[in-house]
Design a protein around this ligand. Structure first.
Ligand code: ADP
Length: 593
């Protein structure tokens, strides 16, 4: 309403102009009710004035004049400053109370119908115009005279000996009728506002529902787009990474150097794709942490070995300092996600440091009640981060300065993922940094300690000797991937037969004998899921129970449920490293045989 004060001229007499400026239907009704009460009050006073004058009831006459002057003044104010509606409401209610009290004490000295009407009007109008506790005070003050009247009538105290000046019937009858009209008009206006408000809300709700549906569809299509893109990107990358590994076996020294660069670049591209996909998943809170027994000392050793090459290429000193108490301890955690956090932080530390040391440190803070509390820190002697950027670098797609991408590359997603992953671990990251001196990222996690010695997944052997002599059916439509698998498996002395889609696989299985199937999911004619369901329904129990490993580029979280639902044993993600496939095959055939 603030703007209406500026926009309405002082000599505005148009109610329509006032209403046009007020978007809220209840506030519009309030202004209309005020003006209705003012109009009826002025008409009533106009009736009273000549009658009171004729019967020489000067006090009545005087009161009517005051009402006319005061209420016309209020009407002017509200047409100029509608924002003063609440103040005007108070003035009107106070003058109404004054009329009730003066009726009882001065004019009439008992409760007549006119007074009762006025009491009702105060109750009604105070709730419509003001509401809340204040309306309750006005109501109490309006009812109090009645209580006072009945008490004084019975115990005859406090009676004020003044002659009555009750209005003669000629004046009071129209007043009573006009009072009723005021009730009806106020009710009507308030009900109309109520109704309009409901309608407005319905329209808003509809709009909101529409927007929610649109946003959901947008999120869904983004998710679908990312997983399709991942599939499209991962499949050819699988070919690249796999072929590099195969080529390395027969390459000369000079070729090996070049293949190393190719391998490094392909893996880099893979980690960028993984970052984008992971960010998409973690944004939708879809990541479920695994709970596996892990020796953090061993895990950090593996991470260290991976990072060491990068650090020494830059001439940096990479140090790993793990609390000795962790050497013989296994904790329950998700090793993949821990690796991702450390890799991101240490990878950044190496990237943003030109000389000096990058240090990874694990320190036990406490070890009690079956929980071990560990502080992780990754520090460097690199370029550092200025104070004003220390918060924002954790936002997605944000880097410390605009030339970071040009100088160092990167997507600005790494720290955003770290932050979200740590949230899943119930932790948060802390950064201390001085530009030019270096940075230190720290966080602490409480892990449950694993009591019994459980064989962890990474302990599965990766030898190929156990796989020798197996006969596998490769079901894959992508020629490069077929070539890659054939070469890899033949290296491990595994015999292979190829089917280009699910239907072909079924036909080949019916006529041949195999030890297992490597099944792509997305294929023409018949996809991997349908083919598996058909295989599991075969009448020959030996063929129906053949182990099936899915090979997929999909990163959906429901993947594992879906593949086990249709009856597959396990899956491997494309692109895969040869030793991962070897491990998977060992696991599956070890369980089966
Ligand atoms: P990216 O490394 O892909 O750019 P991150 O989210 O991992 O994205 O990091 C965001 C930004 O934070 C980086 O671009 C860099 O400006 C800054 N940053 C992160 N780690 C360090 C570090 N150890 N030293 C200096 N700057 C850092």
């Amino acid at each position: 309403m603030g703007e209406t004060a500026e926009t309405l001229p002082f000599f505005n007499f148009s109610l329509n102009k006032v209403l046009a400026l007020e978007p809220d239907s209840f506030k519009r009704a309030k202004i209309q009710i005020i003006l209705t009460v003012i109009a009826f009050s002025v008409i009533k006073a106009m009736f009273i004035m000549p009658v009171a004058f004729e019967y020489a009831q000067y006090r009545q006459f005087f009161r009517a004049v005051v009402v006319v002057v005061l209420f016309l003044g209020l009407a002017k104010v509200i047409l100029y400053r509608p924002s003063s509606a609440t103040v005007i409401s108070h003035i009107m209610l106070l003058s109404g109370l004054a009329v009730i009290w003066s009726n009882l004490l001065v004019y009439v000295q008992y409760i007549n119908i006119f007074t009762v009407q006025l009491i009702f009007m105060i109750i009604l109008v105070s709730y419509y115009l003001i509401g809340g506790a204040r309306a309750a005070y006005y109501t109490a003050l309006a009812i109090l005279p009645v209580v006072y009247y009945y008490i004084t009538r019975h115990i005859t105290i406090g009676h004020i000996p003044i002659s009555t000046q009750e209005l003669v019937p000629e004046g009071s009858d129209p007043v009573i009728i006009l009072n009723f009209l005021t009730f009806v008009a106020s009710h009507y206006l308030y009900y109309r506002a109520f109704h309009q408000n409901l309608q407005e809300k319905e329209v808003l709700n509809e709009q909101l529902q529409k927007n929610i549906t649109e946003v959901k569809a947008l999120a869904e299509s983004r998710s679908v787009f990312l997983s399709t893109m991942s599939h499209e990107l991962r499949t050819p990358l699988n070919g690249v990474i796999g072929m590099v590994h195969l080529l390395k076996d027969t390459a000369t020294e000079e070729q090996t150097d070049k293949l190393d660069i190719l391998d490094f670049s392909a893996n880099n591209l893979l980690s960028v794709i993984n970052d984008v996909l992971d960010y998409n998943k973690s944004e939708l809170d879809k990541i479920d942490l695994e709970a596996l027994p892990v020796n953090l000392s061993v895990l950090l050793g593996q991470i260290y070995a991976g990072l060491k090459i990068k650090a020494s290429e830059k001439g940096l000193n990479l140090l790993l300092n793990v609390d000795s108490r962790l050497e013989n301890t296994r904790v329950i955690t998700d090793p993949t996600r821990i690796t991702q956090v450390i890799y991101n932080l240490a990878g950044n530390a190496i990237k943003f440091t030109d000389e000096g040391t990058v240090k990874i440190r694990l320190k036990v803070i406490s070890n009690e009640g079956g929980n071990i509390h560990i502080r992780f820190s990754v520090s460097d002697t690199g370029i550092g981060i200025s104070a004003d950027r220390q918060e924002t670098i954790f936002d997605p797609f944000t880097q410390a300065s605009s030339d970071t991408t040009r100088k160092f590359g990167g997507t600005g997603l790494g720290l955003a993922i770290v932050k979200r992953l740590l949230k899943l671990f119930g932790s948060s990251i802390h950064l201390e940094s001085q530009p030019g001196e270096g940075s230190a990222f720290t966080f602490s996690i409480k892990f449950p300690v694993c009591g019994e010695e459980v064989k962890i997944e990474s302990d599965f052997k990766t030898e190929t000797s156990d796989l020798k002599g197996l006969k596998l059916l490769i079901v894959e439509d992508n020629a490069i991937n077929v070539l890659l698998l054939e070469k890899l498996l033949s290296k491990w002395e595994i015999e292979t037969v190829v089917a280009g889609n699910g239907q072909e696989a079924l036909d080949k299985l019916l006529t041949g004998t195999f030890d297992g199937i490597l099944m792509d999911i997305h294929m023409p004619v018949m996809d991997g899921y349908t083919a598996t369901i058909a295989i599991r329904a075969l009448s020959d129990p030996l063929k129906a129970s053949i182990p099936i490993i899915a090979i997929t580029a999909s990163v959906s979280n429901q993947l594992y449920t879906k593949i086990t639902d249709v009856g597959m044993q396990d899956y491997i993600n494309k692109p895969f490293q040869p030793n991962q496939l070897c491990k998977k095959l060992n696991q599956v055939f070890r369980l089966v045989h």
